[in-house]
Design a protein around this ligand. Sequence first.
Ligand code: ZN
Length: 133
Amino acid sequence: MIKKIDHIGVAVKKIEDALPVYTDGIGLALERVTEVGSEGVKVAFVPAGETLIELLEPTGPSTAVAGFLEKRGEGLHHICFEVDDIDATIADLKGKGVPLLSNEARQGADGRIVFIHPKAGHGVLIELLEKPR
Ligand code: ZN
């Protein structure tokens, strides 16, 4: 069901301030920067082998990532696992009583996504992603 860790999300105040440690510092390359209007974030993707580092910058004060920064400061925001079939995964998790942040998958930057409640992840927000085939 789980294929791999697709990306690790890091909440930052400004992508341009956070990016250099990954590029100039440890020598990774910026792949692209995109905005996900529905989530209120600007996202920079930095591949590290098969896994991406995803820098998340809020686009406004009343967004989820802005709220995260206010409460917890910059740092690890979520871990994303790629799954084969997100609808089947959601049904399976509901059957096991795992709390989700939404009832169904929604469109993210790279495919259909759902989040497991961070309480269930003991402080780690877990994202599940089905990429378009
Ligand atoms: Zn993500």
